[in-house]
Write a protein that binds this ligand. Sequence first.
Ligand code: SF4
Length: 413
Amino acid sequence: MEVRSTTDRRATRAVTLSHPRSPVTVGGGAPVSVQSMTTTKTADVDGTLQQIYALAAAGADIVRCTCNDADAAAGLARIVPRSPVPLVADIHHNHRMGLAALEAGVACLRLNPGNIRRPEHIKAVASEARDRGVPIRIGVNGGSLDPALYRKYGDEVTPEAMVESAKVEMAHFDEVGFHDVKISVKASSVPLMIDAYRLLSEETDAPLHLGVTEAGPLPGGLVKSTAGIGTLLAEGIGDTIRYSLTADPVEEAKAGRLLLEAMGLRERTNVDLIACPSCGRAEIDVIEVARQAQEAFADREIPLQVAVMGCVVNGPGEARDADLGIAAGNKRGHLFVKGQNIAVVPEDEMVGSLVEWADYIVEHGVEAALERADTAKAAREAEKDRQRLLREQGDDVNASEQRVELIKKQVDH
Ligand code: SF4
């Protein structure tokens, strides 16, 4: 399935996270990658690996694990060789954990300049990473900004303060000849993070890792993350993304993947389910049928756009660009492919038929599906139900025109 973003991406240099089977390049025109983070104790090797596999299956290209003590570092040494994706070790406060994570064989480190501040510690980790060819993400976080910078910018977290924090860290890295960096300037405020990333993108060609930090539980966390990350991606800014949700991290991976697919930045791996919002014309419970369809397609890798439409009056026309769809009418489901009716099925077989035809299209293509169908008969049946609905409901099922007339009369009096 073709990737169709119309946005020019900002040019960045490439950084590669090594992995024996699935290395991931970030920046340099590589596909925008999805990240998530485990919530298990990293010392719990099997539990953490289970979560890493679930995240990879949900769409994560890169997974981060905390490396907060010696047990976590030992856990990483056992997890790394069994992980299906490159792992990033999250390092806060103790630079020795960075060195231990490098020894464990991770593909990348994340350092927070707000809480590892001694230049000799930063340089020790950067030198070791340089020697091992391991990139580092400079992970500036609005909530844990270096206190000196916080004071310098008037006791306020500003985009300038966040970008300066990243630049101070980069200068330490430069001193030891280390340039393999990605950068993030996350904040929980969407406008702040957008401004910080915009500013940062003008100052460096390092690849950028986007995120709204502590975005919170669903649905607010999803909305905030999508607003922040989506806005920047639409401007061509960003090379890798993470949704930071207070939820099962699998939701983060799914959301990241879906955002990139919706924006045409990654190939679709599964069904893009579209559905009408329903209205007075609906002949079925659209929400329920869409839910059933979502469930039926959930674990199937079918890269098609599939439509669930509440009525045959407008459904096939409104969803004519979908690869496949179904519209309800007179207790029957009217299946259509690229807007052309192909079959009529009983209402309770609608979802099953959708899946069956989707499989057929994936295997044989749209043209073959249209040839297989008795399109003339299906169109006649759809027209019959359409006319019946129009007779019963009229052209204006929501009685909008009657309401407009009433309003006019009230205003005139
Ligand atoms: S007119 Fe038909 S397809 Fe359009 S919203 Fe109403 S039920 Fe759905």
